[in-house]
Design a protein around this ligand. Structure first.
Ligand code: NAD
Ligand code: ZN
Length: 358
């Protein structure tokens, strides 16, 4: 991976909100109404501060907060946002800002894609998951009748503004959950980055701002390189699903009581196990990958799951086409491939491998 390539103009990495007014002015904010969309939790942490900060630089600035939580990533919330925007007389040239985690980014992006057939929006991601993963790549959407991300659109923001200092207020589960995606990026594309994460373990636990900046930046660039080549997921973008096939099944089986990242960590272990069984990874490599999640407070085993149920859920995932699952495996650390020859037995054995037995 060539990191010398300058980050694309629309992704800014920093440790404060100081540069935001200048960035807004570049987007002609003086002539536009701006609506910050956030969740109830982030509103109290950063919303009011941000609203005060940007108000002098916009034609008018308002804020809309929906109740925090994945269960509100729905069309109902989008409808409430449309209503608010109509009441506030937002028109085609006005601007939305998504301030929050992946839920806020996905909802706001979808509202922006569809309100008046599309208005500009900015992402200000505030969770590690949102900074390292969900704010990049233009996927927006909501869950629908129990199906995750069932309704949505590909829609690019005008700017992604990363302020890593906000990561300090994340609770540990959220932080390490996001870290699972960072690990995933190293595993699928960049063994040097993976090694670097191991080296920086202490600084990562401390959430050292310089380390956070470097980590978020590298992680985003990996995602950006993958999605730029394949924006609408016809090919290589699917590599980002490493750990997600079985991971999503566990997420559903556990009724979303575990964080997405915890399920992804388990899914990565299962996929690495299958990669070993397909004789791509050595046994040592498999165990190294598996054990790497432990110091980052991520699970590598799980209790109370039924392998047969996980298999069924895995096959019902929307990524399964014509019965054959596009499984992402590792050829080695830093090189993922798509494989269509993963059998039901492979999946059952991998789930048994991560099943906790006393
Ligand atoms: P989230 O947005 O619900 O945030 C998690 C919790 O952290 C919320 O309670 C939120 O209020 C709180 N929070 C946010 N920022 C905080 C901060 N700085 N300090 C303290 N608390 C803070 O969830 P998430 O984990 O960020 O995102 C998960 C969502 O992202 C899922 O819906 C998933 O489908 C989506 N996602 C989208 C993509 C994509 O490409 N669009 C990729 C991966 C995941
Ligand atoms: Zn994910």
């Amino acid at each position: 991976i060539n990191y010398d390539k300058k980050p694309c103009y629309d992704i800014l990495f920093t440790a404060s909100f100081e540069d935001l007014p200048e960035e807004l002015l570049k987007l002609d904010s003086k002539d536009r109404k701006v609506c910050i969309i956030t969740d109830s939790h982030v509103e109290s942490l950063y919303g009011t501060e941000l609203l005060d900060r940007i108000t002098p630089f916009c034609l008018k600035a308002v804020m809309y907060a929906f109740p925090a939580g994945e269960e509100n990533k729905t069309l109902d919330t989008v409808r409430d946002i449309y209503r608010f925007l109509i009441e506030e007389k937002f028109n085609r040239k006005d601007l939305l800002i998504a301030l929050g985690g992946g839920v806020t980014g996905d909802i706001t992006g979808y509202a922006a894609a569809t309100y008046l057939r599309g208005v500009d929006f900015i992402q200000i991601p505030t969770t590690l998951l949102a900074q390292c993963d969900s704010s990049i790549g233009g996927k927006t959407g909501v869950d629908f009748e129990g199906y995750k991300n069932m309704v949505g659109a590909f829609y690019m923001p005008k700017l992604v503004y990363m302020n890593v200092s906000v990561l300090g207020t994340l609770d540990d589960r959220q932080f390490y959950g996001g870290f699972a995606e960072v690990m995933k990026h190293g595993l699928i594309k960049d063994s040097n980055f993976y090694e670097w994460l191991l080296d920086k373990m202490y600084e990562i636990h401390e959430r050292n701002p310089e380390t956070m900046l470097e980590m978020v930046q590298k992680s985003c660039l990996i995602k950006k390189l993958v999605v730029e080549k394949d924006p609408t997921e016809k090919g290589d973008r699917a590599l980002l699903n490493f750990g997600h096939t079985i991971g999503h099944a566990i997420e559903k089986a556990k009724n979303f009581n575990m964080t997405h990242g915890e399920c992804v960590a388990l899914g990565c272990v299962a996929a690495a196990y299958i990669s070993w069984k397909h004789e791509w990874l050595s046994m040592e490599e498999y165990y190294e990958i598996r054990d790497m999640f432990v110091p980052f407070n991520l699970p590598i085993t799980i209790e109370d799951i039924d392998p047969a149920e996980i298999l069924t859920l895995t096959k019902s995932d929307k990524k399964a086409e014509n019965g054959s699952i596009k499984f992402v495996l590792l050829k080695k650390v830093g090189k993922a491939v798509i494989d269509r020859n993963v059998t039901d037995d492979d999946i059952l054995n991998a789930v048994k491998e991560i099943l906790y037995v006393e």
